[in-house]
Design a protein around this ligand. Structure first.
Ligand code: URA
Length: 270
């Protein structure tokens, strides 16, 4: 191709690509622009992660004793886990039910399990499938439980039964509204040990403000609201946290071994 035809071909290509003018009003120093592009750019701080969606100030409702009473009465009338699941689905006292959740997510696992795992609250996959811990965190939880010999020996539920919008932490009022159902589930399953997965579960169930990193791996005595039920409870790290911080899996593994040691101890009732 001669020079003239090559230039015509290039111009036709640019025109096709939408270039409308070959010249601009002001000269452009492309060498300087090129050198500037090669200069190392100052590395700024990493962008801050998006803040979790929290209920706006003023939207966080205090615990409503009327709601808790209604939940307690409804939960008490459930004679078995099936009735409890139906009672939860019909219960309107938890604000989360009206914040975009598709359905109530109650529980999965062995109804006679010796260990009850209590997580924080359903996420997107759980909201879609109607069962707790079925997403990535749940799969990790299952793998860890199986590795510790606890497969088929757990009943799994959460402190709240509707997905908090944006996966935010449930508020104390939301947890309080669901608590009588959790207590009823404990009374019906009669586990020997509670495994509290994550800070939101451990703090709520043990009524403490202590952080999960200091709670985890230590035995506590869980007591029902009215004090009629008592069980050993072991807080551990949440599997979603372990997905973000894989180095912490070692700690969660130690917690599971602590749990199985107590569960399978031949000489003592837990
Ligand atoms: N995280 C929880 O705490 N519970 C679930 O069911 C899923 C994720």
């Amino acid at each position: 191709m001669d020079g003239r035809r090559a230039v015509e071909s290039l111009l036709a290509f640019w025109a096709e690509a939408g270039v409308g003018a070959a010249l601009s009003e002001a000269p452009v120093d492309r060498m300087a622009a090129g050198l500037a592009a090669l200069r190392p750019k100052p590395v700024g701080p990493a962008p801050a992660p998006a803040p979790p969606v929290r209920p706006a100030f003023g939207q966080v409702r205090p615990v409503d004793p009327g709601v808790v009473l209604a939940a307690r009465e409804t939960a008490a009338s459930a004679a078995d886990l099936l009735q409890l699941a139906e009672a939860i689905a019909a219960f309107d006292g938890c604000d989360l039910k009206r914040q975009g959740a598709r359905q109530a997510v109650f529980a999965r696992g062995d109804p006679g399990a010796p260990v009850m795992v209590i997580g924080e609250g359903p996420g997107a996959e759980e909201d879609r499938d109607g069962a707790p811990f079925v997403g990535r965190a749940g799969k990790l939880l299952d793998r860890m439980l199986a590795a510790a010999g606890l497969e088929n020996r757990v009943f799994i539920t959460n402190t709240v039964f509707w997905r908090p919008p944006g996966n935010r932490t449930p508020t104390p009022a939301e947890q309080a509204a669901c608590a009588p159902f959790v207590e009823r589930a404990i009374a019906l399953v009669r586990p020997r040990i509670l495994l509290l997965a994550g800070g939101a579960s451990a703090k709520h169930m043990l009524r403490t403000g202590e952080g999960i990193l200091s709670l985890r791996g230590r035995w506590f005595e869980w007591r029902s609201e009215a004090g009629f039920q008592e069980l050993p409870a072991l807080p551990t790290l949440h599997p979603a946290f372990l997905l973000r911080q894989p180095a912490a899996k070692k700690l969660a593994w130690e917690d599971l071994l602590t749990l199985t040691e107590r569960l399978d101890r031949p000489d003592r009732r837990t």
